[in-house]
Write a protein that binds this ligand. Sequence first.
Ligand code: NOJ
Length: 569
Amino acid sequence: MPVSPSDSLWWRQAAVYQIYPRSFADSNGDGMGDLPGITSRMAYLSALGIDAIWLSPFYPSALADGGYDVDDYRNVDPRLGSLDDFDAMVAAAHAADTRVIVDVVPNHSSNQHEWFKAALAAAPGSPERARYHFLDGLGDDGELPPSDWPSHFGGGAWTRVVEQAGPRAGSLGQWYLHLFATEQPDFNWDHPEVREDFHTTLRFWSDRGVDGFRIDVAHALVKDMSLPLRSKPVLEILVDDGTDPLFDRDAVHEIFEGWRSVLNEYNPPKAAVAEAWVPFTDRRLKYARPTELGQAFNFDLLQAPFSAVEFRSIAEKCLFEATASGASSTWVFSNHDVVRHPSRYALPDGSTRDDLEAWLLADGATPAVDLARGLRRARAATLFMLGLPGSAYLYQGEELGLFEAADLPASALQDPTWFRTLNTVKGRDGCRVPLPWSAVEPNFGFGGTPWLPQPVWFGSLAATAQDGVAGSTLEMYRSALSWRSKLQAEETLEWLASLSPEMVRYRRPNGWEVITNFGATPTQLPHDVDLSKVVLSSGGNATAGIGAGRVSGAGSATIPAETTLWIAP
Ligand code: NOJ
């Protein structure tokens, strides 16, 4: 059934599947996923039961940061296809009742963007330089960067250029700001041409039929560049009152109000979701206001341990946040920037972000991980999350239960983090390995020799190995996404008492219930749970393991360890 043009609120409880185009499906055998590859898998996506796909950048790029270094915002990287291929993909998606969201990267361009090339060629103080942040350095000869700001990927956030024009032509001169890689110069959002150009980009893709936008680093566009620049040796948001020089400044909201006006030129209005790593306060709500983007990612579940207390308090808090802002909540466990969640949950309890990085650096060898437990928890977490009101953002391959490819050889790594930290932080390549479609075909059915090597264990998790297999992760996602539409009548839930601190139980207004046992041992189910109504279990078949034993003296059955059940009214 084609998408309904009149449904303007489709995004509020959508299941959105993130595609990292280079790693999804390769149609021409060059080892890099492409747009025709996505089109060729539309039937798979539709059968999965998602409402929309979100494409990470597919624009022309030298791939210094996996495409988040954009050369041209209104074109397609020729290695990934053409604008005609894009149109064909959108048409195929819409014919399959699937919306399309594209990534917009407004904080920085690439250093190959025509504006940045013009800025390098022009003299200090020129109009060409004014679209970026160029400053003289400190020190007697400007040899020190203008501030101590670090880059997200390691190293400093300033790079000094050799001047091509002006009195210093031929010698080292000004510095430009890049909060990410050297190849990603930050735009100056005080410049009217920058603002206008992004409106043009939003209209360009909207006119081609996209249904929404994901806004990269939305909280960073406006910076306090008043001199002298303020010190900020660590990039975390240290304050949440708008006084941080780099992130979440009040003036950013005026930009997104302007974007909303553009997005509302369309009927239905285009959807938008902010990637804004802002701590939970009412400041985060602002990005999601109906007058701005509509949604903002909350990454709280993604950062939380697998714990009843954490999951419930995060869900309560984020639902409150969504209601207060007039938005709907967003849920996400994995994306192209983080270690895949079955691997995160397989690490010893209490592992920190530093522990995760150390584990990656040790090629996943130490500490030992319990993969079965990681996947069991990931599946339980997924069903806990897919039952909640709001939008679920799923990352390609999580429906297969893919783990992180933690032992990629150093020679294969491409993430700028690896290079900019001088090989001390491995980075994000392990979650970006091209997908295994087939257990038996070369390159697991991805296409040509993949740009990142696939691990041998990909075969057992390939889509064909799980297709039609009862209890497989793929079939669990398909069932959950198909049942999910029945849960979603209203965007609320009621928390119910449970019999154990390890158990969380909630009910949607139409009577659907979700129960998760976060504990490591089976536990008693509440007496009023009717086992005949269990339609889905993260443990496998709907009733696998349930009622297998009765807790002594109790009248009801047990739910297995680290398991979620869906119960129909
Ligand atoms: C967030 C994106 O998700 C990430 O992949 C990218 O490296 C940075 N923004 C910079 O664009």
